[in-house]
Design a protein around this ligand. Structure first.
Ligand code: URA
Length: 237
């Protein structure tokens, strides 16, 4: 029998994340600017929690009836980098968390190789529900789900978006150009007319790397991530 989406779990997980990222920051005697930062992070966290609650209730496409759990996304609400994948797979659907299967383990390695931890960044997908059998997302599913991702990006306002794979890159850049052409250079992603564009780096999806684990493909992804680190003034290890 199909399990009901664990809305309570989503709400609890986001409340815990909220507390983790904001709870310890406000201490007696803090400067007003760090209190302001804490307030901004708390506000972003609350907005992300609201989006996750909307995702958990969403029935805008048929995937709502086949998924086990919604997978809104997770990580630092004030992240400098947001990684965007395609859609949850079987492991993500079972756990309600993004990138926790084999592709996720490789993404963790990439993040660690960048000198970062998973909790430093935010990780999410174009689709918030698993397509049955991991088939490609359909255009109507992408159209139904995209506003949630757009709201997440508007909320976090990262400095860099890393689009993992063709579906994420083509959707966010609204182009049909192949990933081989899109990767390796920064593009502009616009969250709204009154906001400056966010730099978007497209690269190969970790699942593609697992299928085609050639030194050449790994080198290309690492080249792309080095450009991200340089853009953020972070050290290349
Ligand atoms: N592949 C994706 O694109 N996203 C996930 O969350 C897991 C695998």
């Amino acid at each position: 029998m199909k399990k009901e989406p664990l809305i309570e779990n989503v709400i609890r997980q986001h409340a815990q994340m909220n507390e983790f990222f904001t709870g310890g920051f406000i201490q007696k005697g803090q400067t007003s600017s760090s209190q302001q930062n804490a307030a901004i992070i708390a506000e972003k966290s609350a907005k992300l929690q609201k989006i996750a609650e909307q995702v958990a209730k969403c029935k805008k496409c048929d995937l709502a009836s086949t998924r086990t759990n919604p997978v809104s996304g997770e990580g630092n609400p004030d992240a400098r980098i947001v990684f965007v994948g395609e859609a949850p797979g079987a492991d993500e659907d079972a756990q309600g968390r993004p990138f926790v299967g084999r592709a996720g383990q490789l993404l963790d390695k990439i993040i660690n190789a960048m000198g970062l931890k998973r909790s430093d960044v935010f990780i999410c997908n174009i689709l918030k529900s698993r397509p049955p059998g991991n088939r490609d997302p359909k255009p109507d599913e992408i159209n139904a789900c995209l506003p949630y991702l757009q709201s997440q990006l508007e909320t976090i306002e990262p400095e860099i978006i890393v689009a993992l794979g063709a579906h994420a890159a083509k959707t966010l850049l609204d182009t049909t150009n192949p990933i081989g052409q899109l990767r390796g250079q920064f593009h502009d992603y616009y969250t709204g007319l009154n906001h400056p564009p966010i730099k978007l780096m497209a690269t190969y999806h970790p699942a593609y790397l697992l299928r085609s684990y050639s030194p050449e493909n790994r080198r290309k992804v690492w080249e792309d991530m080095k450009k991200v680190l340089t853009e953020l003034d972070l050290p290349i290890q």
